[in-house]
Design a protein around this ligand. Sequence first.
Ligand SMILES: [Fe+2]
Length: 144
Amino acid sequence: METLIEAMKRYFATHFQYYTKAHGFHVNVVGSDFTQRHKLFGKIYEDAQGAIDDIAEHIRAIEGIAPFALKRIQDLGRIKDSSEAPNDMKMVRELLADTQIVIDHLEECHDIATEFRKFGLINFIEGRLDIHAKYMWMLRSTLE
Ligand SMILES: [Fe+2]
């Protein structure tokens, strides 16, 4: 079970970073399509914010400790900070790449949860995969 707990902790940390970045992009976006980008980033950050508690509680359910120290989240997570607020299309490209990182974590967790027959968690992970696949589509379409 330790491998699943560790994978879920890494996913949680990356998800937390993802939420933070999407919220920051929502607030700081500039550009000619401001309203559309602002709304898209808003949709992503609001969903991600809502999922933080669910992911943490799933970690507790498998008897892990959900990371909560910011330093720990930075150490465990794979999403890089933006040093400054990039322009709107650069934000879209960055969030697209970051969404793929979140998906990679989810796929890893799915594989391990399957080994442990954690069906409730698998169901949750599949739901998150669906949501992030939709964001991939929306962000990709914005770039085309
Ligand atoms: Fe807002």
